[in-house]
Write a protein that binds this ligand. Structure first.
Ligand code: HEC
Length: 199
């Protein structure tokens, strides 16, 4: 049997030496599987794939879940009027809240807060006035054409395909409609939302 002081001595020696660590040596691995992943690291070579890389591109035709695919090409502006319709019904709160916010951030600088084409850039003579939403032809412009313009841009106006998602594009357009309705309620009788009632 070991004496008590011998046990203490052994524990001390083991305890102190097991903590000695050289920065150049990572120490012993008792269960290497846990220290080194079995899976291939993203940037490591990979014998399984033909190009020898672990990181692979998604196969052709892959589609991100929930992503909206716009079915028309740039030149289909006229066609958009009959093909593209607003799939959403936004509440007054959504339009006056998030919709207005999106408009203020992205559009008002040119189109003006009221949609009259007198945005800040126009006032300081940095941009020619865009057509007013509050008069023809924009008053009765088809929804599809509005959306198409947001997707591809039109002349001096750029595309908003990457700044706004599918829902946000329709939401901001609903706000544009509410501006139009507020200025001339009778002219927008096809109004889907009841935004005429908002202030
Ligand atoms: C850089 C200035 C600018 C910004 C920012 C801008 N627009 Fe425009 N927008 C224009 C101009 C200029 C036109 C006129 C295009 C034409 O018919 O030649 C236009 C036209 C439009 C039209 C009519 C499109 C059509 O098919 O005739 C709509 C609707 C519209 N804008 C909505 C928006 C919305 C919504 C935003 C924000 C997401 C926005 N615009 C941001 C400059 C701008």
């Amino acid at each position: 049997m070991l004496k008590q002081y011998q046990i203490i001595f052994i524990v001390l020696v083991l305890g102190l030496t097991s903590c000695i660590r050289s920065s150049k040596q990572p120490g012993r691995q008792y269960m290497p599987d846990m220290a080194e992943a079995v899976a291939y690291e993203a940037g490591s070579p990979n014998p399984i794939f033909k190009d020898g890389k672990t990181n692979q591109l998604a196969p052709a035709g892959s589609m991100a879940r929930g992503k909206y695919i716009y079915p028309l090409s740039d030149s289909d502006y006229e066609k958009s009027a009959s093909v593209i319709t607003d799939p959403f019904t936004f509440t007054k709160d959504e339009i006056e809240g998030e919709g207005k916010n999106l408009f203020t951030v992205n559009c008002a600088i040119c189109h003006g807060e009221k949609g009259d084409g007198q945005g800040y850039l126009v006032q300081i003579n940095k941009f020619p006035p865009p057509p007013s939403y509050l008069s023809e032809p924009l008053l009765s412009l088809a929804d599809g054409k509005r959306y198409h313009t947001l997707m591809y841009g039109k002349n001096m106006m750029g595309s908003y395909a990457s700044q706004l998602n599918h829902r946000e594009r329709w939401l901001v357009l609903s706000y544009v409609k509410s501006l139009q309705a507020a200025s001339k309620p009778a002219a927008v009788s096809s109004e889907k939302t009841d935004s005429t009632k908002t202030k």
